[in-house]
Design a protein around this ligand. Structure first.
Ligand SMILES: Nc1ncnc2c1ncn2[C@@H]1O[C@H](COP(=O)(O)OP(=O)(O)OP(=O)(O)O)[C@@H](O)[C@H]1O
Ligand SMILES: [Mg+2]
Length: 270
């Protein structure tokens, strides 16, 4: 079942130069894809290929210049007010840098209660105990609910960012390089957490990452972006095992080979 559908999403930025000159730059160029219920769709591609811009458009943090965005079959491209608030309850984003996306002057409890206040949701029990439950779900000590973000490590802070995304019980969580800044061992733990949360709650992920080894662990399907376009989209096995696009092959060739079995199959396939 299709949860979210992007149809020809396009983002053009106007660049203003000296003497009032203007140039247009197409950061995302007619990108179409769907996100299915319960799946993890990874988006990979070189820096500047348009991954974050695509993420911002499908999270409705930025309007597309052209194209249509549908959520559960409804056109939400121009959603405002109530429709937008409903969309925000269903689609949440986890960003790369937890410290810059968490208000440093708010306690974790307040950070985790804010989405419920915004949505006017009164959970079973009260919001305070809901915040503590969220902390437990993401592996944080609920006794630390009155601490501030700076009192947590990077990995713990990212767990707060994940808990905040889950506070409203979304159907889609967009992770934009959500584990990219973490140390390898911490990264593995947070990936395991993301997988467990999905098993428990059945939501979908759009998982943006430059580390293809991570993508292989978590995604069922992969979209490859280059210069604002999706150049290849298929199951993880297809894209990694039998890439059709020249750019995908280049991207795959650049991965450090750490999985001997996969490396063997890759060498046999080429
Ligand atoms: N607000 C903006 N104004 C002008 N250009 C922008 C703006 N935001 C992004 N761009 C440009 O659009 C292109 C795509 O950027 P985007 O951030 O989507 O890439 P990305 O694939 O997420 O890259 P990275 O892997 O480095 O995060 C880049 O060339 C970027 O410089
Ligand atoms: Mg980006």
């Amino acid at each position: 079942m299709t949860l979210l559908r992007a149809k020809d999403l396009t983002k053009r930025f106007v660049l203003r130069g000296p003497l009032g000159s203007r140039a247009e730059f197409t950061a995302v160029d007619k990108v179409s894809f769907e996100v299915r219920l319960g799946e993890t769709l990874a988006v990979v591609g070189e820096s500047g290929s348009g991954k974050s811009t695509t993420a911002r458009m499908i999270a409705k943090l930025m309007d597309p210049t052209e194209g249509v965005l549908e959520f559960e079959g409804e056109d939400v491209t121009a959603a405002k007010k109530d429709a937008l608030a409903r969309f925000r309850a269903n689609v949440q984003v986890v960003f790369q840098d937890p410290f810059s996306s968490l208000n440093p002057r708010h306690t974790v409890e307040r950070i985790l209660m804010a989405p419920l206040v915004y949505q006017g949701i009164a959970p079973k029990g009260d919001r305070r105990s809901h915040a503590k439950e969220l902390m437990e779900r993401v592996g944080l000590n609920p006794d630390h609910s009155l601490r501030y973000p700076a009192q947590f490590s990077g990995g713990q802070a990212q767990r707060i960012g994940i808990a905040r995304a889950l506070a409203v019980n979304p159907k889609l969580v967009i992770c934009d390089e959500a584990v990219s800044a973490l140390d390898v061992s911490v990264q593995a733990q947070v990936i395991e957490l993301l997988r467990r949360l999905q098993r428990e709650s059945g939501f979908s992920y759009v998982f943006i990452a430059h580390d293809l080894a991570v993508v292989r662990q978590i995604a069922q399907r992969v979209a490859v972006m280059s210069k604002g376009k999706i150049v290849e989209l298929g199951t993880t096995a297809q894209v990694f095992g039998d890439p059709q696009d020249e750019y995908t092959r280049t991207l795959l060739a650049a991965i450090p080979r750490i999985d001997p079995e996969w490396d063997r199959r890759r060498r046999e396939a080429t």
